[in-house]
Design a protein around this ligand. Structure first.
Ligand SMILES: Cc1cc2nc3c(=O)[nH]c(=O)nc-3n(C[C@H](O)[C@H](O)[C@H](O)COP(=O)(O)O)c2cc1C
Length: 168
């Protein structure tokens, strides 16, 4: 999650990008399991990575008009860690889909969760990448579509100003 977003090459020059630890093997959240077994190592690694990051970018596809279950599950686990790491963390959201809406519906659900966790959620300009299958290189996964690169670059530039304001 402290991650490359849709295109690491567009990052502001002073940034170092760190890809988040994987979330695919995190077990389903269960408070009984947390009570008996504690927090899984993958969740601890994710929480530590978020703590260590100055800002977080979450870039995601959309499933059934909402966020991916695996992403929500990771957020549920992280939210139950001590000193949950999204509190006051500047967070920027990006979504991509093959349809025309660019994952807008998942992004608004994700934004709600982030607000509840107390993150400083950056809002405008938004990045919704529709027809994503035509805009990325299939081999390198680089964002190749010129207008979309401009939108993402602008979002990150304005996000930098926002970080300055909320961190002051
Ligand atoms: C279960 C499922 C639900 C999906 N729901 C949506 C959706 O609501 N909106 C959309 O634009 N695309 C939807 N898609 C298409 C995904 O956005 C697209 O397959 C994307 O590439 C998935 O990324 P992944 O292969 O990393 O899971 C869905 C795909 C799956 C598998």
């Amino acid at each position: 999650m402290p991650c490359c977003g849709s295109c690491p090459s567009l990052r502001p020059s002073a940034w170092t990008i760190t890809e988040a630890p994987g979330i695919g093997s995190i077990p389903p959240y269960n408070s009984d399991v947390q009570g008996s077994d504690g927090v899984p190592a993958d969740v601890t690694a994710l929480a530590e990575a978020i703590h260590a990051a100055d800002v977080v970018i979450i870039a995601s596809p959309e499933y059934n008009c909402s966020m991916l279950g695996v992403l929500k599950n990771a957020l549920d686990w992280v939210s139950r860690t001590e000193d949950q790491p999204f509190k006051n963390k500047p967070v920027c959201l990006q979504s991509v889909s093959m349809g025309q809406l660019g994952g807008a519906r998942m992004q608004y659900h994700l934004g709600q969760v982030m607000v509840f966790l107390g993150a400083d959620v950056f809002t405008v300009p938004e990045v919704f990448i529709g027809a994503g299958h035509q805009k990325f290189d299939a081999d390198t996964l680089a964002l190749t579509d010129g207008p979309t690169r401009e939108v993402v670059g602008k979002q990150l530039a304005v996000f930098v100003d926002y970080i300055g304001r909320v961190s002051a």
